[in-house]
Design a protein around this ligand. Structure first.
Ligand SMILES: *[C@@H]1O[C@H](CO)[C@@H](O)[C@H](O)[C@H]1NC(C)=O
Ligand SMILES: *[C@@H]1O[C@H](CO)[C@@H](O)[C@H](O)[C@H]1NC(C)=O
Ligand SMILES: *[C@@H]1O[C@H](CO)[C@@H](O)[C@H](O)[C@H]1NC(C)=O
Length: 419
């Protein structure tokens, strides 16, 4: 164990509370919803592929499923456009407009469709001359575009950063946030600002980012592979000292979409992504075809015990506290809390590929978990209840190759010990 224990995790809470942040009342827990990009990309060919092209029909179908098949109940409340919804030019008044063939009812009608089903509605734009796929960007039109989004009853704005100068973003992202605020309509603000600056070798101004954005991207776009997921996990672990303290209610690190249920992840790997995104306090943005997702994968996305960890009200992002020979242990402080003692979500992540489970064995005290009454331990995927584990007991679990065991360690009541 590398000795990162309870005292240093407790210290992080103080740092988080000391950060001043965007206070638009939104995203008090990580946003949850559905985003088109990773699964449907920029497929605009409605002629030949009418069921999968980026069109209002696709978003309406997803909304119907989210509202009626348990996703909304589980917390996935937002449906968002990504790139390629726009027409190639602005209208005569300089306003953005959707592609007329693919969004014939208009964006306001699509937002109404979501709201009528108890969902919120997200939109995509880009702080540049063009979006990443080459549609009109917001540069030169910040105020009018913010107002257009408000007029359309948008609830969430993802602002990408292609075709712009990363150095300009320190001014531009806060300015667009200001115009969003000035509309009077609360809109969750998702920024790509830090990742473009990191790529350009610019040290992001986290103070300013936290003050302007509800969530932001730190690293590469996710691709449909386990390799992509593990590179994101490594980035978050290797850079945790600069990343983790920035997360908290209203302001989150965004490691990008959930690819669970698509082509690239096995069942074990899908549980691993879900578990790690819960440890990261990450936005849970599904990007999967909900019309055809297989039941096992749907069950992972709808695991309410894992979602409860993700949505824990403390909003403290977890850290990698052990890494050796392909085994990692990650810990996230969660409620309930008693004085300086936290409950924890603990992930045992097995990065090994030898074809049999690996046994992971820990003493809670070695992880810095020293609550005198001990912890009641539950496996959040299998549902197995391990009962009371004291800080000096040894706890063991078998973890499948490229799989995870996600455990909840709740502070035990004192009478749990009086057996
Ligand atoms: C955006 O377009 C304007 C007008 O053509 C140009 O002056 C500016 O340099 C462009 N900005 C970027 C970031 O390419
Ligand atoms: C605008 O900003 C103020 C000050 O931070 C905040 O109190 C208010 O809720 C914001 N309004 C909207 C609509 O975001
Ligand atoms: C970061 O941004 C804040 C404004 O939010 C500013 O006061 C501060 O000087 C900036 N820091 C650096 C290093 O530029």
């Amino acid at each position: 164990m590398d000795g990162c224990g309870r005292s240093s995790l407790a210290l992080l809470v103080l740092i988080v509370l000391g950060v001043s942040a965007l206070e638009n009342g939104l995203a008090r827990t990580p946003p949850m919803g559905w985003l088109a990009w990773q699964r449907f990309r920029c497929n605009t060919d409605c002629q030949n592929d009418p069921n999968n092209c980026i069109s209002e029909k696709l978003f309406m179908q997803m909304a119907d499923i989210i509202a009626s098949e348990g996703y909304l109940q589980a917390g996935y409340s937002m449906v968002s456009l990504d790139d390629c919804w726009l027409a190639r030019s602005r209208d005569a008044q300089g306003r953005l407009q959707p592609d007329p063939l693919r969004f014939p009812s208009g964006i306001r009608a699509l937002a109404d469709y979501m709201h009528n089903r108890g969902l919120t509605f997200g939109i995509y734009e880009d702080y540049g001359n063009y979006t990443c796929a080459g549609y009109p960007g917001i540069l030169g039109h910040l105020q009018i575009d913010a107002q257009t989004f408000a007029d359309w009853q948008v609830d969430y704005v993802k602002l990408d950063g292609c075709f712009s100068h990363p150095a300009d973003m320190d001014r531009g992202y806060p300015l667009f946030g200001h115009y969003l605020n000035q509309t009077g309509r609360p809109m969750t603000y998702s920024c790509s600002w830090p990742v473009y600056q990191i790529y350009a070798g610019i040290e992001p101004n986290w103070t300013s980012i936290i003050n302007s954005c509800n969530l932001w991207r730190n690293f590469d776009d996710i691709q449909d592979s386990w390799d992509s997921v593990t590179r994101i996990i490594d980035y978050y672990g290797d850079n945790q000292d600069s990343i983790v303290p920035n997360a908290g209610p209203g302001h989150w690190n965004d490691p990008d979409m959930l690819i669970i249920g698509n082509f690239g992840l096995s069942y074990e790997q899908s549980k691993s992504q879900m578990a790690m995104w819960a440890i990261f306090a990450a936005p849970l943005l599904m990007s999967v075809d909900l019309r055809t997702i297989k039941p096992d994968y749907k069950a992972i996305l709808l695991n309410t015990a894992v979602i409860a960890v993700n949505q824990d009200p403390l909003g403290i992002q977890g850290r990698r506290i052990y890494k050796d020979k392909g085994i990692e242990i990650w810990a996230r402080p969660i409620t309930p809390v008693d004085q300086n003692y936290y409950s924890y979500a603990i992930a045992f992540l097995n990065r090994r590929t030898d074809g049999t489970p690996s046994e992971v064995s820990v003493k809670p005290a070695e992880l810095g978990m020293t609550y005198p009454n001990g912890y009641t331990v539950t496996d959040l995927f299998s549902g197995v209840k391990y009962g009371l584990v004291n800080p000096k007991n040894i706890f063991k679990a078998d973890v499948n190759p490229s799989g995870v065991v996600l455990l909840r360690w709740d502070l035990a009541a004192s009478h749990d010990n009086e057996i």
